[in-house]
Every structure is written in structure tokens, then in C-alpha cells.
Design a protein. Structure first.
Length: 269
């Protein structure tokens, strides 16, 4: 069975020690995390900062040692207009290395693609000095909006440790078809994010839907089994299924994430 990660977005900002403990209770092998949330938790979880709180970092390392759950991916990294990644993330990468994070997931908010590609090259070089892989995530409403643009960025960077995050929602919402996956170099795919959704958006604001309301794998319209069959079998599969409506209806985070994991296992089997 492929290793499975409990993605940070799914937990609405659950602090990292609690996230590791939740993953261990339910049978996830990994989690993803940010160093510090950039917005308040939609479910009232307390704010945390792995940047400034050394004691929290020690507690997180202890929790990972106790449970065997590790961090699969560091989130919250973005190329920003007018900012240099060397100024933004040098300290963050040092902390991520301390926490044993093997890869970072990066998006771009800079509409200048030439500058974005150059900044990704710098970031990948910085991350590589800590033996951290760089993953580029395409998002339909961001400058790197589809697989093709992400692959152009990867080729520009030109490093073996710069690869693609393959998010099911983003792929199918940009018109991707399962037969298109075969055209992607398998070695360029570094991470898979699994969720489901209808092909027609249920929420007008794309990012609100992406971070608040995705469907349990197998409960939407995406051909997930066919897609997974064509993706590399040894990549971590992150369960990225935020369910704001289920939480509002009183379904606990434990129950939601257990249901998602069971559904994922059925597909991955």
C-alpha cells in the first residue's frame, strides 16, 4: 500500500503535534505542515509558530519519534511578486531541515512567469543545499495554472530534485484527462494529493472550494482509480479533503479523516 499523508489543509490548521497524534491514531504514515498558519483556523484551532517556538519544534520531534509519523511535505511556500526567495525562506528551510522535512510544496503568486521560473530555480538550489526536494504545485487560478506550465518551470530549473505535485482537483479542473497522465515523465511527479469533487464547481470562489470543501475520494466525479493507476506507485499520497460542511454538522475531525483514509485505501488497493 502506498504511504499516505494527512494534509494540513484537511485539518483546518490543527497544530503540528496534535496533527501527528491524529495521524498516528488513524493509521496515516505522514502529515504535512506549515511553519506558521497565515490565517485563523476555520475550526478554532490555536495559532502556532514553528518558526519562533523552539519548544514546539522539540515537542514535534518527540511526537514523531513516539509515533513513527513523519512530515512528508512542508507547506506555505510561495513565490511572491517583488520578493526574493532568498530573503523569504532561508530561515524557514533551516527549520524544515531540523524537522526532517524531505520536500517543500511551492506555488507562485507572481504573474511574471520568467521571474517566477528564476525564483523557483533559486529556491530549489537553496532547498537542495539542505537535501530538501522542491515540488511545484499548479493551481488553475495561479500563474502556474496547469501541468504544462509546471513542467516548463521544472525544465527551466533543471534539477532532478525539482518535481511536480499532482493534485487531483487541480488536474481535472484544468481539463486534464486520465490519458494525458501517460505523457508526463513519471520521474517528474514527486507527490500526489488525493481528493474528489464534481467537475462543475460547487462554490464560485475556486480557492474557497479548494481549502474548505472537497469530497471524500470516490464520492465525487473524478476518475480517481484510473488516474492513480497511471501515477508512480511509490509516491506519497496526501489526503487533501477539507470538509467544512461536515465539521459544521458536528462530524469530528477524527471521524472525517478516518472516513477519507478508508476511502483512499479502497482506491489505492
Amino acid at each position: 500500500m502506498r504511504p499516505v499523508s494527512l494534509e494540513f489543509v484537511s485539518t483546518f490548521g490543527l497544530p503540528p503535534v496534535e496533527s501527528v497524534q491524529l495521524a498516528a491514531r488513524l493509521g496515516y504514515q505522514h502529515v504535512s505542515t506549515v511553519l506558521e498558519p497565515f490565517r485563523e483556523s476555520l475550526e478554532g484551532h490555536p495559532h502556532f509558530s514553528l518558526r519562533s517556538d523552539a519548544a514546539l519544534r522539540r515537542d514535534l520531534l518527540a511526537a514523531m519519534t513516539d509515533t513513527g509519523v513523519t512530515i512528508a511535505s512542508g507547506e506555505g511556500i510561495a513565490v511572491l511578486p517583488g520578493r526574493d526567495v532568498r530573503d523569504l525562506y532561508a530561515g524557514d528551510l533551516e527549520i524544515m531541515a531540523e524537522l526532517g522535512i524531505p520536500r517543500i510544496n511551492v506555488v507562485s503568486l507572481d504573474g511574471d512567469l520568467a521571474r517566477t521560473f528564476d525564483q523557483l530555480g533559486r529556491l530549489s538550489e537553496m532547498a537542495g543545499s539542505f537535501a530538501i526536494e522542491t515540488l511545484i504545485e499548479f493551481v488553475p487560478i495561479f500563474p502556474i495554472r496547469d501541468v504544462e506550465t509546471a513542467m516548463c518551470a521544472i525544465r527551466h530549473v533543471g534539477r532532478r530534485d525539482c518535481r511536480l505535485t499532482f493534485d487531483m482537483m487541480h488536474f481535472f479542473r484544468t481539463g486534464g484527462r486520465t490519458q494525458d497522465i501517460a505523457a508526463i515523465d513519471p520521474q517528474a511527479i514527486g507527490y500526489i494529493q488525493l481528493c474528489d469533487a464534481p467537475f462543475t464547481p460547487v462554490i464560485a470562489d475556486y480557492m474557497e472550494e479548494a481549502v474548505c470543501e472537497r469530497a471524500v475520494p470516490g464520492k465525487g466525479e473524478f476518475p480517481l482509480a484510473e488516474a492513480l493507476a497511471q501515477l508512480p506507485a511509490d509516491r506519497v499520497v496526501g489526503i487533501e479533503v477539507p470538509q467544512r460542511s461536515a465539521g459544521a454538522a458536528g462530524v469530528s475531525l477524527d471521524a472525517r479523516m478516518a472516513h477519507c483514509l478508508a476511502a483512499a485505501h479502497r482506491l489505492l488497493a
